[in-house]
Ligand binder design. Structure first.
Ligand SMILES: Cc1cc2nc3c(=O)[nH]c(=O)nc-3n(C[C@H](O)[C@H](O)[C@H](O)COP(=O)(O)O)c2cc1C
Length: 379
């Protein structure tokens, strides 16, 4: 397939005060190949390859804000000590494509932190192996997120993405089920305090006032009391509160929202539909469309879950953007099966579409280096 030069997918678009060269977003994909939290040669190679692909935006995989908050044994950590490696990563990407916008996704793995190599922590109802975070510990995590945004800027990234999706700590914080009785839980105000307090502090300390600020959310998680439900004991979809979260992000002057859904490992099909659960992509498209209708031009909206549609996903992306249902289309697994997707589509070269084998997810679950098992030479 060859995209027409005037395809909307190849058209540039603003995010905040910056310009993405096209509408293709490489979604964050954990590689589990750091060395002691530091950026490895393998990771640099992966991202240089993506940069060769001419994506409009590349979101670097979930970087842990602390080395005791790892979901992956070999997850990269964002701290001062690892700044040289993070700088080298961005430099290597920009050397290949100076126009690509590089965003760092920052996270705390919370309950999803590994029991064997990290420290599972919970905001509420801890399991026996989980530590219930104190108010002061959450204050400290907030400080680490703010520092992570500033380290992202120092590393040369174009922006930062707060991971508030997929069951990680940021996501847990937003849930109606977070009924902590301190300032970090209970009311909507307390559950969104993290954003309301952190964003202005970050903005005040950034040197580059055009630095992009955004967040990835799970509009509906599909669990009792999860994001996208009405109360702590209800699993049925009710998006009204998440609508408020997104509007709040716009009010805070955030530049984009990356719309996702579900919790990998719990409601995986919602997050990453497979061949047997293909139609879940319709929910993801509906969520992005809803976010776009809500924020209009105040924020840009990235959509998720295009890989399951393979080549048809490119047509769907084009049509969603043309119809104003999203500003950008994001591919996850497809970035592993063919990191050169946008470039190949522009040139009319053959694309290696994701075969939906779930091989990459299995590698991640087994705590191995993540890549495409069908086209291993790509990662
Ligand atoms: C191996 C693997 C690693 C992932 N790592 C991340 C991550 O670091 N951050 C994130 O927000 N989502 C992550 N995801 C989710 C993807 O970004 C994406 O939302 C999901 O795969 C659905 O999109 P797709 O259908 O295009 O693959 C990961 C998914 C997989 C399979």
């Amino acid at each position: 397939m060859k995209l027409e030069p005037n395809s909307i997918l190849l058209s540039s678009q603003k995010i905040g005060n910056r310009i993405a060269q096209n509408r293709f977003v490489a979604q964050p994909m954990e590689g589990n190949d750091a060395i002691g939290g530091k950026v490895s040669e393998r990771a640099i190679k992966r991202y240089v390859k993506l940069a060769e692909g001419k994506w409009g935006v590349i979101v670097i995989e979930a970087l842990a804000v602390a080395d005791n908050a790892l979901a992956r044994k070999n997850q990269m950590v964002i701290n001062e000590e690892n700044l040289p490696g993070l700088k080298a990563l961005v430099q290597a990407m920009k050397a290949v494509d100076p126009n690509v916008l590089v965003l760092f996704q920052v996270t705390h793995s919370g309950r999803k932190s590994g029991r064997d190599f990290s420290r599972p922590t919970a905001l509420y109802n801890p399991e026996s192996w989980e530590h219930l975070l104190t108010t002061e510990e959450i204050d400290e995590i907030q400080r680490l997120f703010i520092e992570a945004a500033l380290i992202s800027e120092a590393a040369g990234a174009d922006g930062v993405d707060f991971k508030m999706c997929h069951g990680y700590l940021g996501c847990e914080m937003l849930r109606p089920a977070n009924q902590r009785t301190d300032k970090w839980g209970g009311s909507f105000e307390n559950r969104t305090r993290f954003l309301v307090e952190s964003i202005p502090q970050i903005k005040a300390r950034l040197v580059n006032k055009d630095f992009i600020l955004g967040s990835r959310i799970s509009y509906w998680e599909g669990i009792k009391g999860g994001c996208g439900t009405a109360s702590s004991d209800d699993a049925v979809e009710d998006l009204s509160e998440m609508d408020r979260v997104i509007s709040l992000m716009a009010d805070l002057g955030m530049d984009y929202v990356n719309v996702s859904a579900g919790i990998p490992g719990v409601t995986s099909e919602i997050t990453r539909p497979t061949a047997t659960s293909k139609w879940f992509y319709l929910h993801q498209f509906r969520y992005a469309r809803r976010a776009k209708a809500l924020v209009g031009e105040r924020m840009k909206v990235f959509g998720s879950a295009y890989s399951v549609l393979q080549e048809e996903g490119v047509h769907e992306a084009q049509s969603n953007i043309e119809l104003g249902y999203a500003d950008f289309a994001g591919w996850g697994r497809q970035t592993l099966s063919d990191p050169l997707l946008p470039k190949r589509l522009a040139l009319g070269d053959e694309v290696d579409y994701c075969k939906l084998c779930s091989g990459c997810s299995k590698l991640m679950v087994k705590q191995e280096e993540v890549g495409c098992i069908i086209y291993p030479s790509h990662s």
